[in-house]
Write a protein that binds this ligand. Structure first.
Ligand SMILES: NC(=O)c1ccc[n+]([C@@H]2O[C@H](COP(=O)([O-])OP(=O)(O)OC[C@H]3O[C@@H](n4cnc5c(N)ncnc54)[C@H](O)[C@@H]3O)[C@@H](O)[C@H]2O)c1
Length: 255
């Protein structure tokens, strides 16, 4: 299975290292900043391509780890060739016309857009629960105040409470988790997000609370920073790798 990685920055680098160790996958790398692609290619011994078009020839799966603008640019080209796309810049799907257009294109070309769950857990149970209808879904993102550039905060402080649609615009650093949760559950308008600066915390935490016909669920993940990129959660690159492995593997476990 030939995997084309588009974007060789902090996240892409971590994904590249994981994919090269994955049985059944072979990696090709691309970045508009060719020097970045060459660096990752040297570390992983993967071939490098200068243009997206060159990379698409023979690709079985494309992994975008570049930017929202890049995702909007490459998605029609990738899906238009019938190639499945793993999208990491999930916040781009907050743009409803873009989401509609790429969904239609994927359907037309009989291919798929795959969105990893990032630094949150519980999307398997949430998706199962959604089959019977969900009444409410809330994401509580809590971080030490310094994570928001705040100092001298002695009590937990709610910085935002409202729909995911507005949260992704106001807190771009939390955009990917809020967007993945919205897509998996009840959409950007109905998903509620609460963002809290909590001085009692040492790590960033994401808690999902969902209620519906199935019952109630709470899933809390306490994230460690990525060894390659302290600004991002380690689980985010691991979630992308798990999704790629699921695609490459003949056996799929979990919902
Ligand atoms: N879904 C998740 O769990 C998750 C987690 C962390 C980051 N992200 C997202 O992944 C993306 C990458 O994050 P990062 O921290 O690696 O950023 P980064 O800035 O370290 O790396 C991005 C790389 O993409 C390259 N690039 C930009 N436009 C391109 C294009 N059109 N074609 C090819 N390459 C292009 C850049 O040159 C750069 O090397 C961001 O959108 C970020 O929000 C998603």
């Amino acid at each position: 299975m030939r995997v084309l990685l588009v974007g060789c920055g902090a996240l892409g680098g971590a994904i590249a290292h994981g994919v090269t160790k994955m049985h059944g996958a072979s990696l090709v790398v691309h970045d508009v900043d060719h020097a970045k692609a060459v660096k990752v290619a040297r570390e992983t011994l993967a071939p490098v391509v200068k243009t997206l078009e060159e990379g698409l020839a023979g690709a079985d799966l494309v992994v975008e780890a570049a930017s929202q603008a890049a995702l909007k640019e490459i998605a029609p080209k990738v899906l238009g060739k019938g190639i499945p796309l793993v999208a990491l810049s999930v916040g781009a799907f907050g743009d409803a016309p873009f989401l509609d257009a790429v969904t239609r294109l994927a359907q037309e070309k009989k291919t798929r857009i795959l969105v990893p769950s990032g630094a949150i857990g519980g999307l398997d149970a949430l998706r199962a629960a959604a089959e019977a209808g969900l009444d409410e879904v809330t994401l509580v993102t809590a971080k030490p105040p310094e994570g928001f550039g705040l100092h001298g905060v002695h009590e937990p402080r709610v910085l935002y409470e409202g729909p995911a649609r507005e949260a992704v615009a106001k807190f771009p650093k939390n955009v990917n988790v809020a967007a993945a949760l919205s897509l998996a559950g009840i959409g950007f308008e109905r998903t509620q997000v609460r963002i809290v600066a909590d001085p009692a915390l040492k790590a960033n935490t994401h808690t999902i609370v969902a209620k519906g016909a199935f019952g109630e669920m709470t899933c809390r993940v306490e994230n460690r920073p990525s060894p390659e990129n302290p600004a991002s959660s380690h689980l985010a690159s691991l979630a992308a790798l798990a999704l790629i492995r699921r695609f490459v593997s003949p056996v799929q476990v979990g919902t």
